[in-house]
Design a protein around this ligand. Structure first.
Ligand SMILES: N[C@@H](CCC(=O)N[C@@H](CS)C(=O)NCC(=O)O)C(=O)O
Length: 245
């Protein structure tokens, strides 16, 4: 199985979702870390869209976190995160992937894109020093493209905040009374919720050197502080279940 290669941005929470699934199944894999902007040419060799995560297995290329989780189930059937009746787990996963993922991203980038000292080390994690240096140099242009591509502005940040808060509250509320999101067992719904929220509680297992929240822009730090109670509940589920190989 060592011919599995994950093309990723280490900072991407969808990539964390796939790393978690791979680790849970005990699959050995290589990573190809990419820089936003420079990734497009690489990914388009294998797929129409330029999005990561993309998993290569021999000649096959599987793109999209849910598709990759499905694929991993076919190559390693044990340590399954997909319940026999997967309806609820899949409903959660699809809702979180389409709503929570983009909302968290737009909300966080709205504050952080003006702070290259924080963001450049995160975005260039796992890359050689010369790539980091080049990325730092080009960052103003890259930030401009990211804002445009993800439509990041005050209005979308506000709309994203509403979606994020709604889903965070809903997920945390369930975890306060239930062990898991979809039924009696840990599932891909939990992997998805905890991964997509992880950049807000910044776990060590994620593989990013997050630094102190004291260096964060004040409004963003304030939001994290104000939502500490819900974030702590989700972080606890993450810590209990996230084992890194
Ligand atoms: N629904 C997709 C979302 C993937 C996604 O949004 N990837 C972002 C990074 S977090 C990306 O690659 N953006 C750059 C691009 O699309 O070229 C999944 O579950 O994998």
């Amino acid at each position: 199985m060592s011919d599995l290669k994950l093309y990723q941005f280490p900072i991407s929470h969808y990539c964390e979702k796939v790393r978690w699934a791979l680790d849970l199944k005990g699959l050995h894999y290589q990573t190809q870390n990419l820089l936003p902007g420079f990734h497009i040419k690489v990914i388009r060799q294998f797929a129409k869209s330029s999005a990561v995560p993309l998993l290569k297995h021999g000649n096959q290329a599987i793109q999209g976190s849910a598709e990759i989780l499905d694929y991993l189930d076919t190559i390693k059937v044990d340590t399954c995160y997909t319940p026999v009746d997967a309806t609820l787990a899949r409903e959660w996963e699809s809702r979180l992937d389409s709503e929570l993922g983009p909302a968290t991203r737009v909300f966080a980038y709205y504050y952080l894109l003006d702070h290259p000292k924080i963001l450049v080390p995160w975005l260039s994690t796992g890359l050689p020093f010369y790539s980091r240096w080049l990325f730092r140099l080009l960052f103003p242009k890259i930030a401009h493209v990211m804002r445009k591509k993800m439509r990041i502005n005050a209005e979308t940040a506000e709309a994203s905040r509403v979606v994020l808060e709604h889903l965070l509250t809903e997920v945390a509320q369930i975890y306060r009374t239930e062990k898991y999101l979809a039924g009696d067992h840990f599932s891909r719904a939990d992997i998805t919720a905890c991964s997509l929220l992880a950049p807000l509680f910044m776990p060590q297992e994620y593989g990013i050197h997050w630094g102190s929240t004291n260096s964060f822009p004040i409004e963003f730090k304030q939001w994290i502080d104000d939502h500490q109670s819900d974030l702590f509940v989700v972080a606890t589920v993450y810590q209990k279940n996230r084992k890194v190989n």
